[in-house]
Ligand binder design. Structure first.
Ligand SMILES: Nc1ncnc2c1ncn2[C@@H]1O[C@H](COP(=O)(O)OP(=O)(O)OP(=O)(O)O)[C@@H](O)[C@H]1O
Ligand SMILES: [Mg+2]
Length: 359
């Protein structure tokens, strides 16, 4: 899915994941005739908190600086970048339309979209995908995607400002799906839930028949853990974040992890898993013909201790961490341990960097 830009078919592309806690930049290079990719470079840079809040760019120059820093850290030379939007300014909807060709729909999409999206159609960028599934006689299913122009403009601005060329703007949940489909044997008759848990957002995408059947972004994510620890111990956000990631309360403290931290982690996991389960339950209740067979977790917060097993216990579903590098050609310049640690956080960026001419 691409919003607003022409396709781009160069050998290398940067997948640029501008998350609210950090910018993740990966450079993938096509090998041979193009179905295999190699991770050629990778860089990560922290974002100051409050630079992105609820999807809004509150400090564009700080965001550009972090993009530049991630590119420098990764020694990335490629200029073309694919980025992804998510949140309330992005609408994904499956609609049923009279059967027509791609070209015809291209002409009519604006008019058709008007009745399905809650924004002025002149203020959004639109894209669509004709789905192979479903559709009664004379009708076809179409996945309609609309993203507010303001939001896309913000992305274009920070990317350009950082010295890169915005080539593709995708939707975060679709990028994760792309990473999943490129790395796993998929069975079209099985629905899987892809759940990307970041700092501010959880992107849910239930994929069925090779297409997104249900997408939702939830705004209870990793920061909630940090805020809960912050409240319990009356400390700063940064200090609480350090404790969350397994640090000690102070350098000479003998205490390993204060009990309050473990308690807060458990409570918030329950809330986050509860929110996600509600979406999965909604899908199950409204979709008669497919059942979720498996859940793939990605995003930094998928690494919260005990999250995977708590998720399994709550839902009864098999749960696994998504490895977006599973089928990638190995590159010995990266330390295996580092890759293993980072992999779950790279779902969006890897999925983006694989976007090519015909995808
Ligand atoms: N080992 C860990 N245990 C617990 N939390 C972790 C761990 N590693 C990372 N996190 C949390 O993961 C979050 C960052 O994940 P990610 O990079 O996917 O988010 P983001 O893309 O920056 O944010 P968003 O997409 O929500 O705007 C932070 O909240 C961070 O504290
Ligand atoms: Mg993210």
């Amino acid at each position: 899915m691409k919003l607003g830009f022409g396709s781009f078919g160069a050998k290398s592309m940067i997948g640029l994941d501008i998350g609210s806690s950090s910018v993740k930049a990966v450079e993938l290079t096509m090998k041979g005739r193009g179905s295999e990719f190699e991770l050629t470079n990778m860089g990560v840079a922290k974002l100051p908190s409050e630079a992105i809040v609820q999807g809004a760019f509150l400090n564009s120059s700080a965001i550009s600086d972090s993009i530049r820093e991630a590119i420098d850290n990764g020694k990335i030379k490629t200029k073309h970048a694919a980025a992804a939007v998510c949140g309330h300014s992005v609408i994904v909807k499956k609609v049923s339309l009279p059967t027509m060709s791609r070209a015809e729909l291209d002409e009519q999409i604006r008019w058709e979209a008007e009745q399905y999206i809650p924004f002025d159609v002149n203020e959004v960028n639109l894209d669509f995908q004709i789905l192979e599934s479903g559709g009664t006689e004379g009708q076809m299913d179409v996945l309609l995607v609309a993203a507010k122009k303001d939001l896309i403009d913000d992305y274009v601005q920070v990317i350009t400002e950082a010295g890169l060329i915005p080539a593709v703007i995708d939707v975060a949940a679709f990028a994760v799906e792309n990473a999943y489909e490129s790395n796993y044997e998929t069975n079209p008759s099985e629905a899987v839930a892809l759940v990307n848990i970041g700092a501010q957002v959880v992107n849910i995408n239930i994929v069925s028949d090779g297409a997104p059947a249900f997408t939702r972004d939830i705004t209870t994510a990793g920061n909630q853990y940090t805020e809960e620890i912050q409240k319990a111990l009356t400390i700063s956000f940064d200090e609480a974040e350090r404790l969350k990631l397994g640090g000690k309360q102070s350098e000479d403290s003998k205490e390993v992890v204060p009990q309050e931290v473990e308690q807060a982690m458990r409570t918030v996991s329950e809330t986050v898993i509860g929110e996600i389960s509600r979406s999965l339950d909604f899908f199950a209740a409204t979709t008669a013909d497919s059942r979720i067979e498996k859940v793939y977790l990605s995003g930094g917060s998928s690494r919260v201790t005990g999250f995977e097993s708590a998720f399994h216990e709550r839902t009864g579903l098999p749960v696994e961490l998504l490895n977006p590098l599973a089928k990638m050609a190995p590159n010995s310049k990266f330390d295996d341990e580092l890759l293993e640690e980072l992999a779950p956080s790279l779902g969006v960026s890897i999925g983006l960097a694989m976007r090519r001419l015909d995808s």
